[in-house]
Structure formats: C-alpha cells, structure tokens
Design a protein around this ligand. Sequence first.
Ligand code: FE2
Length: 402
Amino acid sequence: MIAVMTTLSPSASVSTATDPLQLIDVDHVRFYVGNAKQSAFFYASAFGFQVEQIADLTTGSRDRAMYLLTQGNIRIVLESSLTKDGIAAREATQFGDGVKDIALTVFDAEKAWKQAVKNGGESAYEPKTWSDEHGSVTFAGIKTYGRAVHTFVSRTGAYGLPTVKNGGTFMPGFRKVENFALNAYNKANPCGLKYVDHAVGNVEEGKMNHWVKWYEEVLGFAMFKHFDDKDIGTEYSALMSKVMASGNHLIKMPINEPAEGKKKSQIQEYLDWHDNTPGVQHLALRTDDELHSITELRRRGVDFLTIPDAYYETVWNRVDKMLTEHGHQVVKEDHKAVKDLGILVDADDEGYLLQLFTKPLQDRPTLFFEIICRRGSQSFGKGNFKALFESLEIEQGRRGNL
Ligand code: FE2
C-alpha cells in the first residue's frame, strides 16, 4: 500500500498575510488540576521546572490557586479551585488533571478574539483586563475542540512577554516564589527543555476534518502534514492525524482521530477516559540535546514508554538510508546511548529527529509529554508510529483497555 502524505514547504506560508491574528508566542499552557500545590512539586521534581510565581490566598486570590512553572520558553500555569464550584474543580473531577488552555500571545487580545469570532469561532469568554501601575494583561478566549480553549493574551508595560521571560511578574496578582529548594536544584541540574514544539488534540472519529477546517477558518492556520491509518497503525489499532500550523509556524497543532483496527485505538482510549470529550493528548517539549534530557529525566524517575529491543535492529538502516539519500549527515548521537535510553529516531528529506514519550502524567490514561529534538526534520516521527503503537498496545493491554 502506498502511504499518502502531503507536505507544505515550511517556507511556503511565512507571512503575516497568512497569520491574520499575528500570533507572537505560546503565552502559556494552562492545566486544570486537582491540587496545584502538589502538581507543582511533581512537575518541578520530575521535569525540572522552576516553580517561579504563585497566586493564591496569600496574594488575595480567594477562589483559585495558580502556579507559574517555567523552563526555557515554556510557561505552564497549574490552576486548582479553592471552592467546590470552581471550574477547575469541576473539570478536574470530570476529566482528571489536564490541559485546559493553550494561550497565545498577540498584539491585541480583544481584536484577535473579535476576528476569531467573526471567522466562525465560538467565544469561551469575553475580553477581560487586569492592570496596575506597572502595566496590563488582557485575556479573551475562544473554544476549540472539546473542553479546550485558546486564550489570546496581550500584554503592556512591565507585563510584556520579554520581561516575563526574564523573570518579570506574569500578571497582576502573582508574586515570586521564594526559597523553594527544588528551584536551586533544577538550576544546577537542568533538564534542557526549551519550548512547546507542538500540542496534539484528540477528537472523535470522523471529526478530524471538521477541526482542520476550524483551524484554517478561525485561526488562519494551514495544513502542515497529514498521516492516515496506513501510516500510523498496526494490525490492531490506528489513528489518523493532520498537523495544523499557524501562518508563522510558531505553533503546530496536530489533530488526531481514532481509526478502525482490530483493537481499540489509543485515541479512543483517551476519549473513553476523558468523559468522551476531545482534549489535548500531548505536549511536545523541545530540547537541543535529547540524550542529556532523557538521561536527566530518567534519573528523576520520569516514566517513559518502553521501546521494544527489536526496534533498534532496523532503525539505523532505515534512518541513515533516508539521510544519505537526501545528502544529510547520518545520526551523530551515539547509537548505543540512544538504544540504552530507549529513544526513538526518525528521518525525512530534511533531516532527522529524536523523540520519546512519557507514560500518562496522571492516573487516567490521558495527557502525556513528548521530549523531542530536531536535527533538520520538521515532521513528527511517522516512521516510529508502528514501533510506538506496538509499545503502546502493550501498555494498553496492561491497563485492560485493548
Ligand atoms: Fe508529538
């Protein structure tokens, strides 16, 4: 069978004309969790995040606690409710801990929100602004698939993103966390995670194209790549995926739907444990040194998928053949170290990538992280899907969900 794959050249759409909302950066990713204080400890200890700022009862926040975790250009806000009716409390009960919001920095949040609504997007909430003598932050939200939201964020004065990146206050109401011992430890023992490479959503069977169209029409994204069930399936379970990218390729948002197999698709398993509601399946966090990052994360006890030994019997031929054919240098990382660390490798016409996936980050088999390093390749590890799926099926089987 011939696999179908369409690739748009990464340079094909770089212009503000195709980025109507003028996205500047991933402002932050907001998780709703059952207990933000304890989650902050987990993400700091396991993944090396700085627990940098906090808004809670001590800062006058009476209904929710929020922890800003940072590493490189990654900003995660962990939010939990202080009351039973808070939205984070309700959603943590309904979906377990997970991603609520992939917030995007723009020049004018209200304008971007109005444009997105005009383009057919549904408002999640109206623009609201927090300001003080130092500056202001405006949020405005639109609903994407299932329980997920994109908040547009615009910032002025001391709350501008460049200042926040250098340790400035995230927004009015936050304060610095002082004397959190793990912060010093993590500075001395960095995990090397730099930014969000992509954020993947799982939607229901038959709904992928609906959301592809939504990203095109509402956010002005374009299709970057797509994979069908012949690309990414084993005999037993499969999925289909299309990768949507913003016009400036700042953010890539692959969208998965389950495909039919003899056993349950991992996408269906996610939906089953996520109250049959679409949501974010994984965040891919970029590193410049996969071997270092995986070594450090494993040392800290992060639970990764187990890659079958047989994978390494064929991978070097497959990858190096592709690289040589396209005039690229072969994989420079030590092959034995890659195998010992259980890292996946894939190549395309532009280069290669190294990647590895954690097990679910909470008890429900929903959200996980990917740790990815790109050496020229702009794809997503298509050649690894089969090896990966076989490994995932072993895990699904252990959970009794095949
Ligand atoms: Fe990924």
